[in-house]
Design a protein around this ligand. Structure first.
Ligand code: MN
Length: 232
């Protein structure tokens, strides 16, 4: 039995996500994100879409916005961008996970947003500084329910889109992912010992853009579900 140690301050609450079809929740350990994983988005951000090795950044689990809560417009930005993405939730960890067995480590999938302070990111890129302030801030990771593999299998085709106030902003397909999910898990597990509870945001299709307070967002991934929320 685990015994709770006597903490000197109140222990922070663990982040978690709802799971479709149950009252139990998915406990979140870490959040990894893949950069530029759709060619059309790489081009719109001014990069070569050729298949270079995937690169990663992290968000703190404290960035999560769950259970349909509104997304607070962040401080220190005038260019708050949406990136609609498929998120992978791991049930098993490991290092050097082979491509062939990578999907055995997946508990389920969800619809998420990789929110970005694009203006701060542009400054960071220019100055070769880290992306923490542009990618890992309060409210930067709105995420819907996790849908177990036992219900939907492993989605690898179909539409990914985001509507803002009823107008289509982003649109692509899962087939357009440059690095497929087994390859992402394989590469990531060479860099980090993955753990149960890790989330991986898998990249965004073209059409990223700016939001304002009051915007209503509706994201969708075929075979997974929908994510609806507002910016306040
Ligand atoms: Mn992204």
């Amino acid at each position: 039995m685990n015994q709770t140690p006597p903490y000197v301050i109140a222990a922070p609450e663990a982040a978690s996500l709802p799971v479709r079809g149950t009252d139990s929740r998915f406990p979140v350990h870490r959040i990894y994100c893949v950069g530029r994983n759709y060619a059309a988005h790489a081009v719109e951000m001014g990069h070569d879409p050729d298949k270079e090795p995937p690169f990663f950044f992290q968000k703190s689990p404290t960035c999560l916005v769950t259970d349909g809560a509104p997304v607070p417009y962040p401080t220190m930005t005038e260019d708050f961008h949406h990136e609609i993405e498929l998120v992978v939730a791991l049930s098993k960890g490991g290092s050097d996970i082979p491509v062939e067995s990578a999907l055995d480590h997946v508990f389920g999938y969800g619809v998420c947003l990789d929110m970005t302070r694009r203006d701060l990111q542009a400054v960071a890129k220019k100055a070769s500084r880290p992306w923490s302030t542009s990618k890992s801030f309060d409210g930067a990771a709105p995420c819907g329910e996790i849908v177990p593999v036992s219900e939907i299998g492993h989605p690898d085709r179909g539409a990914v889109w985001l509507d803002v106030n009823g107008t289509r902003r982003q649109e692509g397909t899962l087939e357009q992912m440059i690095w497929k999910i087994p390859e992402v898990i394989n590469t990531l597990s060479q860099l980090f010992a993955l753990r149960p509870g890790d989330l991986i945001m898998t990249g965004t299709p073209a059409g990223v853009g700016s939001l304002v307070r009051g915007d209503d967002l509706h994201g969708h991934v075929d075979g997974v579900g929908d994510l609806k929320l507002s910016v306040v």
